[in-house]
Design a protein around this ligand. Structure first.
Ligand code: FAD
Length: 467
């Protein structure tokens, strides 16, 4: 019987284990997790900070699931080394666990800037971090969030939503500079300012003090809670110490195998074809590939890379960005609509008649359709305005479930198409919960819930019409 050992019980590790059990009950599975919590949906932590979800609501698998599926899960147990010679992992407590196949799913850790006083601030990566932030927020009078990327924006919006005055400090000239062009960053900043977040861009933190943050230049921003959202770094120490090839992440091939054929790596710790992904959809796709291979269900299964779509989860701020958003008219065909007073910015980047990038800020009705066009890389309809404004009369493409092809991907995180939702409905699912239970659609970031609801509602209506 194959002995599978998984190191890391986060979003990738937990998914791998459930994918393996969905295919096979004969593999012996042991999963080590350094966090004391049962696995949870990290993507939804911003909702926990914002107070719209509780820690219980973000749990992925519970102890009963492990018992029912004969999986040994060891929360709060860190693996400290790999003995590749005898094929075993060793834990901090000295436990030795032999493996035939080892999967590293060690994820990332938050980057803590090297400035004096940084130890007095809270990072934003784990459920424990959320607890610390919420405890401090309960009595704090002012908060500072350092880092204006996706996580920093979500944290700042969440804290402001709790009524806490927040200043968001960002090194670059505009917010979310990796995903957004300068104008979108500006519009986002104005929207957040309207929601109670003070935005400071182009500033460098010199020191974190007991009562605030000192910037280079000498200015002090007062705060009794400082949250760090300064990026993440893949956790690769175990792999490096074991002599595996590591670049930015643990280097893997299309099977997600490292340079040791018995060891795989998935999720944010893995580097595939030069890319380390920071999103959950690639991690879950990679987990499915490894499950296929390890259980022998499909030995030809391969991971070919993912196209990244980012959606912000912040109340009253609609934002989606994908692909090469920074290109200008010099490099590509660009279609742009900007209405700063309304907090709206939309941009399409088109090359050779295909969508290679998009930003939708302020209203994301078009996002499902644009994501599908971006994903499939097919030729775009000539009616560009109709793409940006799906409701326009005579527009070539509408967001309606009626027009959506069956191959259209509705849930990005779980790779679920409209056709799969239809099939699920045909076998009896009549609401979003039933579709989610059968297909996992909506259980990642939750951004597709309205679309799934729309499809299920439309199918139910059709049934009523034809009955
Ligand atoms: C606040 C927040 C919001 C996010 N929003 C989005 C979003 O909207 N969309 C999106 O796609 N992604 C989002 N992400 C990113 C997403 O959460 C990650 O891509 C995903 O969690 C990666 O899964 P992973 O299993 O690789 O890593 P993780 O989920 O970090 O899990 C790794 C686990 O391995 C454990 N571990 C590490 N080393 C060891 C060891 N030696 N022994 C035992 N255990 C170990 C760690 O403790 C951790 O529990 C967000 C992340 C955060 C923090």
């Amino acid at each position: 019987m194959t002995r599978l050992v998984v190191v890391g019980n986060g979003m990738a590790g937990a998914r791998l284990v459930s994918e393996v059990r969905a295919r096979d009950r004969h593999v012996t599975v042991t999963v080590f997790g350094a966090e004391t919590w049962q696995p949870y949906n990290r993507v939804l932590l911003s909702n926990v900070v914002a107070g719209t979800m509780t820690p219980d609501q973000v749990r992925l698998l519970d102890p009963a699931w492990y018992a029912d599926h004969s999986v040994t899960a060891l929360p709060g147990v860190e693996v400290t080394s790999i003995d590749r010679e005898t094929q075993a992992v060793i834990t901090a407590g000295g436990r030795r666990e032999p493996y035939d196949v080892l999967v590293l799913a060690t994820g990332s850790q938050a980057v803590v800037p090297r400035v004096p006083g940084a130890a007095g601030a809270v990072a934003f990566r784990t459920l424990d971090d959320c607890r610390t932030i919420l405890e401090a927020a309960a009595t704090a009078r002012r908060a500072v969030v350092v880092g204006g990327g996706l996580l920093g924006v979500e944290a700042a919006r969440g804290l402001a939503g709790r009524g806490l005055p927040v200043t968001l400090l960002h090194l670059a000239g505009h917010l979310m500079n990796r995903q957004l062009d300068a104008e979108a960053g500006l519009v986002l900043g104005e929207t957040l300012a309207g929601l109670g977040v003070e935005i400071r861009t182009g500033v460098v933190v010199e020191e974190i003090l007991g009562d605030g943050v000192r910037l280079i230049g000498g200015e002090t921003v007062e705060a009794d809670l400082v949250v760090l959202a300064c990026g993440v770094r893949p956790v690769t120490g175990l792999a490096r110490d074991a002599g595996l090839e590591v670049a930015r992440g643990i280097v893997v091939d299309d099977e997600m195998r490292t340079d040791d054929p018995s060891i795989f790596a998935i999720g944010e710790c893995a580097e595939h074809d030069g890319t380390v992904y920071g999103l959950v959809a690639p991690a879950w796709e990679q987990a499915a590939v490894v499950a296929d291979i390890v259980t022998g269900t499909d030995k030809t299964s391969r991971y070919r890379g993912s196209r990244m779509v980012t959606r912000l989860k912040a109340r009253s701020v609609e934002l989606a960005a994908m692909g090469e958003t920074h290109l200008t008219e010099d490099d590509a065909e660009v279609v742009r609509f900007s209405h700063r007073a309304a907090g709206t910015y939309r941009k399409l980047v088109i090359r050779d008649g295909r969508l290679v990038g998009a930003i939708l800020l302020g209203a994301t009705a078009a996002v499902g359709n644009l994501t599908q066009l971006f994903d499939r890389g097919g030729p775009l309809p000539g009616d560009r305005a109709g793409l940006l404004f799906p409701g326009l009369s005579g527009s070539a493409v509408a967001e309606s479930p009626v027009r959506m092809p069956d191959a259209a991907k509705v849930c990005q995180c779980n790779n679920v198409t409209k056709g799969q939702i239809r099939a699920c409905w045909e076998s009896g699912a009549r609401d979003v919960e039933a579709v989610a239970a059968a297909t996992r659609a909506t259980t990642g970031c939750g951004g597709c819930r309205d679309a799934v609801e729309g499809i299920v509602g439309w199918l139910c209506e059709q049934e009523g019409v034809s009955a």
